[in-house]
Ligand binder design. Structure first.
Ligand code: THU
Length: 136
C-alpha cells in the first residue's frame, strides 16, 4: 500500500494551482489524485466566459484519472487546495461526482493557503446521498 505524504501532495497541489485558467473569478484551485501505482494526477479549475461551463479542479482531476484508465479502486486519495485562510470546501456538484467515482472511505484532503489540511471522506461530505443504488 502506497504511503500518503501530505508534503508531496502540497507540492503537487501548487503545481496544479499554477495551471488554473480562472480569469473571471481569479480563484485558483488545485487538485491531485494519487493512484495506487504512485502517480499524481493533477486537476485545476478551467473557466469560461459562459460561466456555467466553468469546471472545478477536483472534477477535472477525477475525470482525468478515469480517462487514464484508473477507477475508484485505484485511487488512494484526492487532495484539493485553494489560497484560502480556511480549508477549501468542495462544491455540491463535485461532492456528487466524488460520491459516484470515489470509494466511500477514500481519504479526501482539504488544504488551506499555508498547507495545513484536514482529512475527510465523501460519506462525511455528502451524507444521505443519492446514488446508483437508488435507481435499482
Ligand atoms: N472551484 C473549484 O475548482 N473547486 C472548488 O472546490 C470550489 C470552486 C472553482 C470553480 C470556479 O472556477 C472558481 O473556483 C470560483 O468558484
Amino acid at each position: 500500500m502506497i504511503e500518503i505524504d501530505t508534503e508531496i501532495l502540497f507540492e503537487e497541489l501548487k503545481k496544479a494551482r499554477d495551471l488554473s485558467y480562472s480569469p473571471y473569478s481569479n480563484f485558483r484551485v488545485g487538485a491531485v489524485v494519487l493512484t495506487r501505482d504512485g502517480k499524481y494526477i493533477l486537476g485545476t479549475n478551467i473557466e469560461n466566459a459562459s460561466y456555467p461551463l466553468c469546471m472545478c479542479a477536483e472534477r477535472n482531476a477525477i475525470y482525468r484519472a478515469y480517462l487514464e484508465g484508473y477507477n475508484r479502486s485505484d485511487i488512494v486519495c484526492i487532495a484539493i487546495y485553494a489560497e484560502t485562510e480556511n480549508y477549501i470546501s468542495p462544491c455540491g456538484a463535485c461532492r456528487q461526482v466524488m460520491q459516484e467515482l470515489l470509494s466511500k472511505n477514500t481519504p479526501i484532503y482539504l488544504f488551506s493557503k499555508n498547507g495545513s489540511h484536514i482529512e475527510t471522506n465523501i460519506e462525511e461530505l455528502l451524507p444521505f446521498s443519492f446514488s446508483g443504488d437508488d435507481l435499482q
